[in-house]
Write a new protein. Structure first.
Length: 241
């Protein structure tokens, strides 16, 4: 035997230890057979735990039916009910704090008096969101933006008047603007008509007053009539106005 050599019978091929067939390491590491209605699931820590099959199937169904366009990282929207909601109550409900809500919505104070009608709320894990209220909040924000745009187009209207026009047209901006323009044109024409009637009435009263004065001078007071004295007073008052 040469020193440092390796005997032939001691040489072993690595292939001798490779057995045919493929093995699933996950299946090999599974614990015993789970009880009926249960199944093994591997946690984030690498440990196996028993879970209900129905609960897992329900979670998978919710994931499959979930709207892919929904962004869970975006803020929630909450329509403020000033008769019920409080700042402390919203903080408890959405698991956030007062300062976060104030900074996100640009208001200050310990109440919701200075807060906008629709609050942005940071999404927190584990918070049950009422999709209906969130949808109403989104609609309220959209309506508020439409109202702001409408008032900017018609600055002579108040917030209440603008809201009435939009409510009558189901917040159709073009229809509401058309109705507002028609009303404004009618008011302008009506003002002109009323001014013409006023001037005509004043001229008639002035003529009758002049005839009354002339009749008094000519000694015909009885023919003119004492009732014309009131006409003179009306004419003079309108002239002063």
């Amino acid at each position: 035997m040469s020193e440092g050599g390796m005997l032939a019978w001691k040489r072993k091929s690595d292939k001798a230890f490779i057995k045919s067939g493929q093995y699933n390491i996950g299946e090999m590491c599974l614990p015993s057979q789970p009880p009926p209605g249960k199944e093994w699931r591997k946690t984030d820590t690498g440990e196996w735990e028993l879970f209900d099959k129905e609960a897992n199937q329900q979670q998978e169904t919710e994931k499959s039916t979930k709207d892919p366009n929904e962004d869970e990282s975006a803020e929630l929207l909450h329509k403020v009910n000033r008769n019920i909601d409080t700042l402390e109550g919203l903080c408890l409900r959405y698991k956030t704090n007062r300062r976060t809500l104030q900074n996100l919505n640009n208001f200050s104070g310990s109440s919701l008096a200075m807060a906008p009608d629709v609050l942005k709320i940071p999404r927190q894990k584990g918070v049950n969101v009422d999709r209906r209220s969130s949808k109403e909040a989104i609609e309220a924000m959209e309506k508020a933006n439409i109202l702001k745009k409408f008032i900017a187009l018609f600055p002579s209207l108040s917030q209440m008047e603008g809201r009435i026009y939009l409510d009558d047209t189901n917040y159709d901006f073009e229809s509401a603007a058309k109705a507002a323009r028609a009303d404004m044109e009618w008011e302008e024409s009506d003002k002109g008509t009323r001014a013409e009637r006023r001037n005509s009435k004043f001229n008639n009263n002035a003529d009758q007053a002049e005839r009354f004065v002339r009749g008094v001078k000519e000694g015909e007071e009885d023919q003119v009539g004492k009732g014309h004295i009131k006409m003179v007073a009306v004419a003079m008052e309108e002239k002063v106005e």
